[in-house]
Write a protein that binds this ligand. Structure first.
Ligand SMILES: C[S@@+](CC[C@H](N)C(=O)[O-])C[C@H]1O[C@@H](n2cnc3c(N)ncnc32)[C@H](O)[C@@H]1O
Length: 424
């Protein structure tokens, strides 16, 4: 495989490519490197390659012409990648795909980046090595060279090493140990000295699942899992940020179509469905807020049927879900109850189909450390005073579309799932 690096700092690569396995791969002829400096392709008498940005602002921009000329020096089969924060993320799957190429060209930006017209003129794939900004593409190019290079046959002592590593199976790798067998009172797990291949494999899979759950639940949610994996995960202790999430369904004060203050009636479906969501996602609780005494009685009668009456015999699971419902008069009572039981006043996050700028990621972050009360409205939405009194407002579901009229039950399910997913 050949890596052709287009960079105004080719010397950047001297040391990393002259040690360790990359240097051995070069000696064995598995990988070849060539460097193209855009300065050598500049028609400017001072070999300048950058200029000031149109529209003003700080920094310089790499000009299109010297870079385009530099790309002209590549072989016909080169797949041209440009290191860029806006690119496709560099993942193990992409590294595997790239390991099958004959020639990879790596275009390294500097300063504010490269004149945007280059991408209109040349077939270039932008690649990003992480959600952060580097000074230039060179460090990213080195990441890619190493991630791809080590997947080339014969690069590593044993090719199977790559199959068991983190990300290869969609999970993080299990922990490793070496001698001494005991250090500072910490022993190497007994199973690893048992010589029992089957037990060692099973232990490693379990540790891999545990490590991924603890460190990267986001990738666990996407990983291919066997029935045994799922059974093992079900038995694991885990922190459940969902316990910090409370939901309130407000029947007063809400607004009608004309913006007048109204009280809406309770619906059996809202009661059941949001209770089931609350139970499924392990929420801290679900408050139904109505100051109307008859409506409160009705809610308690319905709950009683499933908790103690005939419903309990017919479907005990429903009783479990409805056991989470608390009937209160006003939202403030829900806030006071949560404050009493958690010792902390919850952050109140209002919801609306029309407005809101808090992201689910921000609220998920809050749930890691404090209780949050997600407030849903009925009728034509929460009263303006409730919105004004909230600590924040969650961005509307499908905020970019014209039609986003969901039932409050659907909205509650979607929001809770976005905040907690399968793992939270
Ligand atoms: C200072 S950065 C330019 C950042 C650019 N102004 C922006 O905000 O997107 C200079 C160069 O570093 C490289 N670079 C910086 N961060 C990167 C990342 N996360 N992944 C890949 N390349 C990156 C790119 O080649 C980029 O053109």
């Amino acid at each position: 495989m050949r890596f052709s690096v287009i960079s105004i700092f080719p010397e950047f690569f001297d040391s990393p490519l002259s040690c360790g396995l990359l240097s051995k791969a070069r000696e064995k002829g598995l990988i070849e490197f060539s460097f193209i400096n855009p300065r050598d392709h500049s028609t400017d008498k001072h070999h300048n390659v950058d200029d000031r940005p149109y529209g003003g602002g700080p920094g310089m921009v790499l000009a299109v012409d010297p870079i385009r000329r530099a790309l002209g020096a590549l072989g016909p089969k080169a797949r041209v990648l440009m290191l860029s924060p806006k690119g496709r993320p560099l993942t193990q799957a992409l590294a595997r795909e790239l390991a099958g190429e004959e020639e990879i060209a790596l275009l390294c930006g500097r300063y504010e980046g490269i004149d945007a017209r280059l991408e209109e003129l040349c077939a270039i794939e932008p690649i990003c090595v992480g959600d952060f900004v580097l000074n230039g593409g060179e460090v990213g190019a080195l990441c890619l060279i190493e991630a791809v290079g080590r997947l080339i046959p014969d690069f590593m002592g044993k090719d199977e090493s790559a199959d068991e590593e983190s990300f290869s199976s969609g999970l993080l790798e299990y922990p490793h140990y070496t001698r001494p067998e005991e250090y500072e009172g910490l022993k190497v797990p007994e199973v690893l000295s048992s010589g029992h291949h089957g037990r060692i494999m099973a232990w490693r899979r379990e540790k891999s699942l545990e490590t991924t759950l603890a460190s990267r639940p986001d990738i666990l949610a996407q990983a291919a899992l066997t029935d045994d994996d799922i059974k093992y995960l079900k038995g694991l202790e885990r922190t459940r940020p969902g316990r910090n999430l409370f939901v309130a369904l407000v029947h007063y004060p809400v607004e009608n179509k004309s913006g007048q203050t109204i009280t809406t009636s309770l619906t059996n479906l809202d009661l059941h469905d949001i209770a089931r969501v609350s139970c499924t996602y392990g929420l801290g609780g679900y408050f139904v807020c109505t100051p109307v005494a008859d409506q409160q009685d009705l809610a308690r009668t319905l709950i009683g049927h499933w908790r103690e009456g005939y419903g309990l015999k017919a479907n005990p699971d429903r009783g479990t879900a409805l056991g989470r419902v608390r009937v209160v008069g006003l939202l403030d009572e829900a806030i006071a109850e949560i404050t009493d039981c958690t010792g902390v006043r919850p952050k109140v996050v209002a919801t609306s189909a029309k407005a809101g700028n808090m992201t689910c990621a921000q609220v998920s972050q809050m749930l890691q450390k404090e209780p949050v009360l997600l407030v849903l409205g009925t009728g034509h939405g929460l009263h303006r005073d409730v919105l004004a009194g909230a600590d924040g407002m969650l961005r509307a579901i499908r905020f970019m579309d014209r039609y986003n009229h969901l039932s409050v039950r659907s909205a509650a399910s979607i929001m809770v799932d976005r905040l907690l997913g399968d793992i939270g």
